[in-house]
Structures are given as structure tokens and as C-alpha cells.
Design a protein around this ligand. Structure first.
Ligand SMILES: Cc1cc2nc3c(=O)[nH]c(=O)nc-3n(C[C@H](O)[C@H](O)[C@H](O)COP(=O)(O)OP(=O)(O)OC[C@H]3O[C@@H](n4cnc5c(N)ncnc54)[C@H](O)[C@@H]3O)c2cc1C
Length: 411
């Protein structure tokens, strides 16, 4: 069976089920149904941000069509380190606040969606005295906001993480409230829950054009054209391209930079916190898998540049992927020797959708009512709160103050 039709069919079936008494009563119980003018929404992009918005909208009874040119978590959200954090993102304060709200929102989300968040805190330190001072100043600043974060010595780290060798006497920033997820699994769980609430997912469907009708929008894909009341653009690194389609002149994100992410098969429990240091970062999920990231970027050789031009998410060969994974793991094994026994589940290359000033872009542009933008780095951290607040803004017609520093009009 054609996969595209199958997933679309699942959505349609779920729609029909949602009209029945059982499913509808399930979501009516924990969400106020919306009574506004927005009844039908297309979400462009089934990364974690689009999936979270689609889930929140369909949970509230809105008819949602989730479109992706590949499928859920195919790009950044499937190749992310996926640390859920608010530690040093303290400027402006509103960004720290938004991230902190999202940490709380993850706890609520886990009550409704089948996601596994590993809440093990985080440990961060660097080799240089200059970086140690910067981190320490950042910790003091966010302590004044009430964040549970402290600079601790290596003896305290040993108590927290007996298997971790910090390989330095530098002070370590310990934040007790942070965690991590498997980004692909989390995204797919949000899509599944959206389908249960009656949403439709059409994969693969490449959006080719978006145009305004008198009181609606037409979203043309290579499969079908959809007429909707509002379009959410959550297209990750393609946001500039989609924005140009709808007539938004402003570029929103910088040229994307790549990062290598290695996921191991499940291992015995070794480490609880997210570990982030000079030359590596890693964390272990509740199911035993370890996610590791490479700190160094790609070398600026012609061969690398030519290969990276098309933003690939995988290596050109299994052999090269394994070679890179072995390097990432051997660096991390200097800190946790047990990593040398790791077997690889996946090696991916993620491309960061980083807005021009580093801060998220969220909301309806004043010049384009009926379009809702959601582009950000740290989308894994932010997806729960962004999904929740976007649904409020779209369905209740309010402008949420918490998002006021993140509007597109600042560019
Ligand atoms: C290496 C790396 C490490 C990271 N580490 C962290 C971290 O520790 N913590 C954290 O919070 N964040 C982290 N991030 C950032 C985070 O992963 C991203 O911010 C987040 O995944 C973005 O999600 P998204 O849904 O906006 O974009 P994406 O996941 O990229 O989804 C966009 C989707 O849009 C689809 N699309 C694009 N164009 C079209 C079109 N024309 N038609 C249809 N569909 C289209 C794509 O196929 C894609 O699936 C990291 C990112 C990378 C790359």
C-alpha cells in the first residue's frame, strides 16, 4: 500500500473515530473546546515543533492536517542531542522564563502522551579558567531567578555520578531539574496522539505553494491541495523558503550548521545526568540508550563542503558513519570508560535551525494574518510550551505576553 495514502488514511480513520462518543469525551474532559473562527489548520513540518502544535490543536477539537515532505522527525528533530534545559539561556530573561515553562510543560505532557523523559539533571564544565568563570557567573545569575543550579566540586560530582571521570579539577555547574528525551520517539508520539484526537497526517507531501484566498489559505503540495483557515509554518531549516512562498520578505534563520549525533543500543545504566563538556556531550535515556554529540564541526575541506551542500541527514556510506561514530564514542569514553563497549543504533547528521539573533520566532506576522510561524533552535526543549501557547493564540485569538519578545517584527 502507498505509505502516503496509508498515513493519510490513518488520520481520516482517526477523524471518524474522534467524532464518536468515546474519543471526544476523552479530550473534552481536559481541554476547553475552542469556539473561534479557526476550524481547519495545515501544519507544515512534522518535526517536534510542528508535531507539538498539531497535537495541541487537535486535542482542542481543531481539524488539523500535518504535512511533511519526508515524515515525522526526518530532519533536525530526528538528529538532535535533545537536552531539555534552561540553564544558561538567561538573556533576555524572557527566554530563560519560556524555557523554564517548557520544562514544567514536559511533566504535564508526559501525563497525556506516551513519552519517556529522563530527568537526571545536567553537569556542565570546561577546561579553561575563563569558561569556568563565565559558567559560574551564569549560574549566579539564574540562581537569582530561583533556578536549582549550583557550582559543585569534583567530589560532589563523584557522589552524583560514580561512573563519570571529569578529568579536571574545574568546578562543575549542576542543575537538578533538567532532562533529556529521545527526540525522534518524542516527535512520533506527539503525531500518534494527534491522530488519536482526529488529526490527519500526510507524509510525504512537499508543500510547493501557499496562497491567500478571500478568507482562507490554499496549501499546494505534490499530492493534493488543502484549503484551510490558517497555516502553521514549522519547517525547520526550510523556514526561509516557506516564508518567501507566502510573501514574507524577511529571512528568519542563519545558514544551518551541522552536528553529528550518535545513538547507541541500550546499555547497562551508567550515567544519570546530561554531561556537557569541552570536547563531548552525552546522556543516557531511561531505556539504556546513550545519545552522544560531537563538539567539533566538519573540517573545511572541499570534499566535506561539497557533500554538505544539500544538508544530508546521513553519511554517504555505512563505513564512514561507523568511522565517525567510533571517534565520537572514543572521545566520550575518556569520561565514561564503559562506553567502549557501545553498539551503534544510529548515526545522524542534524542541521540546526538557528534564528538570526538566536531567539525563537513564534506567532502570526502582523502583515500576514492566517499564517503562524514557529522557528527555533532548542526546539526539543521548547516544543511543549510552544505547542500549548500556539494553540491558545490560534484558537482563542489572544496574544500571549510570554511570547512578546519572540515576534517576527523584531527583524
Ligand atoms: C546536532 C543538534 C543538536 C541539538 N541539540 C539540542 C538540544 O540539546 N536541545 C534542544 O532543545 N534543541 C537542540 N537542537 C535543536 C532542535 O533539535 C531543533 O530546534 C528542533 O528539532 C527543530 O524542530 P522543528 O520541528 O522546528 O524542525 P525540524 O525537525 O527540522 O522539522 C521541520 C520539518 O519540516 C519539513 N519540511 C521542510 N520543508 C517542507 C516542505 N516544503 N513541505 C513539507 N515539509 C517540509 C521537514 O521535512 C522537517 O521534517 C539540536 C539540533 C541539532 C541539529
Amino acid at each position: 500500500m502507498d505509505r502516503r495514502k496509508f498515513l493519510s488514511g490513518v488520520g481520516a480513520a482517526a477523524c471518524m473515530t474522534a467524532a464518536g462518543p468515546v474519543v471526544r469525551s476523552a479530550f473534552a474532559a481536559d481541554a476547553v473546546m475552542h469556539a473561534g473562527k479557526i476550524n481547519r489548520v495545515a501544519v507544515v513540518g512534522a518535526g517536534i515543533v510542528g508535531a507539538s502544535i498539531a497535537y495541541n490543536l487537535s486535542k482542542r477539537g481543531c481539524e488539523v492536517i500535518l504535512l511533511d515532505k519526508q515524515g515525522p522527525a526526518a530532519q533536525a528533530s530526528g538528529n538532535s542531542f535533545a537536552w531539555i534545559n534552561a540553564t544558561y539561556f538567561d538573556t533576555p530573561r524572557s527566554y530563560f522564563t519560556l524555557r523554564s515553562h517548557s520544562l514544567d510543560e514536559y511533566h504535564r505532557l508526559a501525563q497525556d502522551v506516551d513519552i519517556q523523559v529522563h530527568w537526571g539533571g545536567s553537569l556542565e564544565w570546561y577546561d579553561s579558567a575563563v569558561r569556568e568563570k563565565e559558567v559560574s557567573e551564569g549560574v549566579r545569575r539564574i540562581q537569582t531567578y530561583g533556578a536549582p543550579t549550583w557550582m559543585v566540586d569534583t567530589m560532589r560530582v563523584k557522589e552524583l555520578e560514580p561512573n563519570l571521570n571529569t578529568r579536571s579539577d574545574r568546578k562543575v555547574a549542576w542543575c537538578s531539574r533538567e532532562g533529556a528525551v529521545h527526540p525522534g520517539d518524542t516527535t512520533r508520539a506527539l503525531v500518534d496522539r494527534m491522530l488519536e484526537f482526529g488529526g490527519t497526517a500526510v507524509f510525504p507531501a512537499t508543500v510547493m505553494a501557499i496562497s491567500k484566498r478571500s478568507s482562507s489559505w490554499l496549501v499546494e503540495t505534490d499530492v493534493e491541495t488543502f484549503e484551510v483557515d490558517l497555516v502553521v509554518v514549522a519547517a525547520g531549516i526550510a523556514v526561509n523558503e516557506i516564508s518567501a512562498m507566502i510573501g514574507l520578505g524577511t529571512k528568519l534563520i542563519k545558514p544551518a550548521t551541522p552536528g553529528v549525533i550518535v545513538t547507541t543500543k541500550p546499555m547497562a545504566s551508567m550515567i544519570n545526568a546530561v554531561v556537557y563538556t569541552t570536547d563531548t556531550h552525552f546522556h543516557q535515556l531511561s531505556d539504556g540508550r546513550v545519545i552522544l554529540g560531537e563538539k567539533a564541526g566538519p573540517p573545511a575541506t572541499d570534499q566535506h563542503l561539497a557533500y554538505l551542500t544539500g544538508h544530508p541527514n546521513a553519511y554517504p556510506s555505512e563505513e564512514l558513519a561507523m568511522e565517525h561514530a567510533a571517534r565520537v564514542i572514543s572521545t566520550a569514553a575518556k569520561y565514561v570508560p564503559q562506553f567502549v563497549d557501545a553498539e551503534i543504533e544510529n548515526v545522524g547528521v542534524g542541521w540546526r535551525p538557528l534564528p538570526l539573533d538566536g531567539l525563537p520566532v513564534i506567532g502570526q506576522p502582523k502583515s500576514l494574518p492566517g499564517i503562524y510561524l514557529a522557528a527555533m533552535h532548542s526546539g526539543v526543549t521548547l516544543a511543549p510550551i510552544v505547542g500549548h501557547l500556539a494553540a491558545m493564540e490560534i484558537l482563542d485569538g489572544v496574544s500571549v505576553d510570554l511570547l512578546s519578545d519572540f515576534r517576527v517584527e523584531r527583524f
